[in-house]
Ligand binder design. Structure first.
Ligand code: ACO
Length: 282
């Protein structure tokens, strides 16, 4: 009898106070990503993306692992046995949800509770922010079993790390802990494991206070401008703000009003009260 989880159980989620807590849910397989998990994750992301009760999404792992990368048996060996079509389909399913997450409507936070290997760098990079337990372990283990870091992993380390550090991780296949990952810039911060969820909750709650249209415009802008010349970025950012105004033209006016007229907040010290909407007159 197979003990493998059904597809719907490979990802778990709850929504509490505006935060969607999404978990890789194959702890017995260290949350490695099988085709089933990849399909289910896309469904969960789709279900949550435009829900009014979700303002921030946190991606974490059940058990001792965040994700042990791709499932060597189900993602590689079993799909390869079915031929090229199956391989390409499995790639589309994995890359598809990582891409969806990179451009997600809501801000996203990776809460790295444990192991993070290889393919897991895809969703790690897809999340806008990343916080790790100091005890977490990050590795590009591909070289240890005889492949290159694919599925975007090579790109992720070149984006986030210095060339030397990226090359060291990729060629040596050694792990670094959460503290080193933070020092190298692979994650924002590392905290002791027991402080991880409280810290991520505090960050998520701070994001929930911000204007959601501005958050989406900002996260996309930061990703897009990385590959632009200065002039192209300047132009893109003008257009992006004007496009954001189409969805919410009052929010920034209210922000200016609360600072300049009402003097009820200072932008340098926190977010304006987005629950208030004044008449638009100064
Ligand atoms: N693919 C398939 N099965 C996996 C994977 C994986 N990536 N990771 C763990 N498992 C399975 C194990 O085979 C084992 O299955 P079993 O109970 O049926 O024997 C189960 O998960 C538990 O794994 P253990 O190795 O027993 O767990 P342990 O806590 O001792 O070690 C560790 C954890 C270090 C994460 C280890 O499982 C490991 O090295 N996994 C592979 C990590 C890796 O290199 N991933 C691939 C990266 S490259 C890429 O993603 C393209």
């Amino acid at each position: 009898m197979s003990t493998e989880r059904v597809e719907a159980d490979t990802v778990a989620f709850t929504v509490r106070e505006g935060i969607a807590w999404v978990k890789f849910n194959r702890p017995e397989k260290r949350n490695c990503m099988s085709p089933r998990l990849n399909r289910q994750m896309m469904r969960v992301l789709e279900e949550l993306e435009y829900r009014d009760d979700v303002g921030v999404l946190v991606l974490t792992g059940e058990g001792t692992s965040w994700s042990a990368g791709m499932d060597l048996k189900e993602y590689f060996r079993e799909t390869e046995a079915k031929g090229l079509g199956a391989v390409r389909q499995a790639q589309r399913e994995a890359y598809g949800w990582w891409r969806r997450l990179r451009w997600y409507q809501k801000p996203t936070i990776a809460m790295v509770n444990g192991w993070c290997f290889g393919g897991a760098y895809g969703p790690l990079f897809a999340c806008d922010l990343a916080f790790a337990a100091e005890e977490a372990q990050f590795g590009l283990s591909e070289i240890n079993w005889g492949i290159l870091p694919g599925g975007g992993a090579s790109k992720v380390v070149r984006e986030l790390l210095s060339f030397r550090r990226a090359m060291y991780l990729a060629l040596m296949g050694e792990n670094i802990d959460g503290r080193t990952a933070a020092e190298w810039g692979l994650v924002n911060e590392a905290v002791p494991r027991e402080k991880l969820e409280p810290r991520v909750t505090a960050v998520a709650k701070a994001l929930l206070q911000k204007n959601p249209i501005a958050l989406k415009a900002t996260k996309d802008a930061l990703r897009r401008v990385g590959e632009m010349t200065y002039d192209n970025a300047e132009d893109y950012l003008v257009r992006a703000q004007e496009a954001a105004n189409f969805f919410d033209n009052e929010g920034r006016k209210e922000g200016i009003h609360q600072f300049i007229d009402a003097k009820s907040f200072k932008p340098g010290l926190g977010a304006y009260d987005k629950s208030r909407r004044h008449s638009g007159k100064p």
